[in-house]
Ligand binder design. Sequence first.
Ligand code: ADP
Ligand code: ADP
Ligand code: ZN
Length: 214
Amino acid sequence: MDLVLLGPPGGGKGTQAKRLMEKYGLVQLSTGDMLRAAVASGSAVGKKAKAVMDAGQLVSDDIVIAIIDDRLDAPDTKNGVIFDGFPRTVAQAEALDAMMVRKGRKLDYAIEIRVPDEPIVERITGRFTCAKCGAGYHDKFQQPKAAGVCDSCGGTEFIRRADDNAETVHKRLDAYHAQTAPLLPYYQAKGNYHLVDGTKDIAEVTKDLEKILG
Ligand code: ADP
Ligand code: ADP
Ligand code: ZN
């Protein structure tokens, strides 16, 4: 089973992807995570991507398409993947369709986690993750059970993303509306589109997703 999670930055795609992985035996493919890893490694791709990401704009289609094309060849994707943060443009969606055919895969679901702009600034400025295992948290909505200790791995170091600040959030939302929102009619026309209300709390959104996925 392969699925795409669509929705604005901070809409809960990563949070939900992690919660679905285990139950359905899927792997989360986050282009944002992959690009941040490229930036951290200092690779040529990372050098190109860094300034664009810091400015809240989209990295070029060529770069992210090549990253996903490569990643889908790894054996751990065989059971199925959750595309998180990809595709983000119509060109990426078309490239994904072609890639899926070429690789003998099928996109079973395109699910929009819909959240209006208003709650997004608070979601993003309160976001942090465990430095060791990548588990996601929020200052207000998803605190670790024991303060300062990761629920998943016991780690005590946490990181905040350079682009998770109020100024950049508005640019990322602009990019979402201008470049990514046109994907919604693209998938609606295909018939594998589903809508989930992303303003509900985290556990309720997971339940709604499970209703769709079975
Ligand atoms: P968020 O989870 O807040 O939506 P991501 O981690 O998905 O953020 O992405 C962070 C940044 O990485 C984006 O603002 C963009 O610059 C870049 N990026 C991630 N995925 C893509 C993509 N599919 N196409 C272009 N740029 C991307
Ligand atoms: P995305 O991957 O779409 O950018 P995240 O999953 O990283 O979004 O969520 C952004 C922030 O909001 C995180 O700190 C997360 O803990 C929190 N969050 C996610 N879903 C919800 C929700 N339904 N209600 C409140 N906060 C949420
Ligand atoms: Zn951890």
